[in-house]
Design a protein around this ligand. Structure first.
Ligand SMILES: [Zn+2]
Ligand SMILES: [Zn+2]
Length: 234
C-alpha cells in the first residue's frame, strides 16, 4: 500500500543569523532589510555609486581600472561580511548558493561570458581545501548555464594582506603575482570574462588579474562579486 509522502523538510534557516526565515527566500526579514542591494549603474568605469549619473568616481579618475566594471550584489555590510566569513572559514559551501542567487542578475547581463575565479595561492588551497571564489562561480553557473574555467590564472607569489597599504604599495605588492596559464589562452582570447571574487575591497588583486586576462586577449573583463566595500570618496 502506498503511503502519502510526508514532508520532513525542516524550516529554512536565515543565511545571515540562523533564525528561521520566511516561507521564501534565504534571509529573515530583519537580515534582508539590512542588506543593501547595489544598483547596476554608477561610475562609468567601475560602477561604484556616484552622486551624478554618468560621471567617473575619484579613484577611477586617479587611475583608470584595467577591468570594464564591477558588478557587486550587495554593499559590504555586517550581514554581507558574515556570509563571506561563513563561506571562507565556516565550511558552509551552501552559502555560495545564497550569494549566487543575488549575483545572477549581473551575470545574466553577459550570457556568453565565461566565469573565472580569482586564484588563491596553492598554499592557501592546501590550508583551506578550496577556493571560495570558485565555489561562488560554480553556484552562479548552475543558475545561468554559463561556463566556468577553474584556473586559467596562476598565482605565482603569495601576497600579504593588502588592507592598510597605500594604493601604490598595494599595486606593488600584487605586481607580478599573477600569470596566465598558457594552456588556457585559447579559452580566453576574444571572450567576455566575468572575474569572480567574494569581496571587492581595494581592487588591486582583481585589477592585476583583469590585466592578465586582457593581455591574453579577453574582449571584456567585468568583476562579478558578492559584496563591495564602497569607498568614502565618491
Ligand atoms: Zn536573519
Ligand atoms: Zn569608478
Amino acid at each position: 500500500m502506498l503511503m502519502a509522502p510526508v514532508n520532513f523538510a525542516l524550516p529554512k534557516r536565515c543565511a545571515g543569523c540562523g533564525h528561521i526565515s520566511g516561507p521564501e527566500g534565504n534571509f529573515c526579514t530583519d537580515c534582508w532589510s539590512k542588506l543593501d542591494i547595489l544598483p547596476e549603474v554608477g561610475c562609468l568605469l567601475c560602477n561604484q555609486p556616484v552622486s551624478i549619473t554618468g560621471s567617473i568616481c575619484g579613484p577611477c579618475l586617479d587611475a583608470p581600472p584595467k577591468h570594464d566594471g564591477v558588478l557587486a550584489a550587495v554593499d559590504y555590510c555586517d550581514t554581507a561580511r558574515d556570509l563571506a566569513l561563513k563561506l571562507k572559514y565556516g565550511r558552509k559551501p551552501g552559502v555560495a548558493d545564497v550569494m549566487a542567487a543575488l549575483m545572477v542578475r549581473h551575470a545574466r547581463r553577459y550570457p556568453d561570458a565565461i566565469l573565472v575565479p580569482i586564484p588563491l595561492h596553492r598554499w592557501r588551497i592546501w590550508q583551506r581545501g578550496f577556493n571560495q571564489s570558485l565555489l561562488i562561480a560554480r553556484s552562479v553557473t548552475r543558475l545561468t548555464g554559463q561556463q566556468v574555467l577553474p584556473s586559467p590564472i596562476l598565482r605565482t607569489k603569495r601576497t600579504s594582506p593588502l588592507g592598510g597599504l597605500s594604493r601604490t604599495a598595494r599595486s606593488r605588492e600584487v605586481r607580478g603575482a599573477f600569470k596566465m596559464d598558457l594552456a588556457h589562452i585559447g579559452s580566453i582570447k576574444g571572450r567576455q570574462v566575468l572575474l569572480v571574487d567574494d569581496v571587492y575591497t581595494t581592487g588591486a588583486t582583481t585589477n592585476a588579474c583583469a590585466d592578465v586576462l586582457k593581455r591574453a586577449g579577453a574582449e571584456t573583463v567585468h568583476i562579478l562579486c558578492w559584496a563591495r566595500v564602497l569607498k568614502e570618496d565618491r
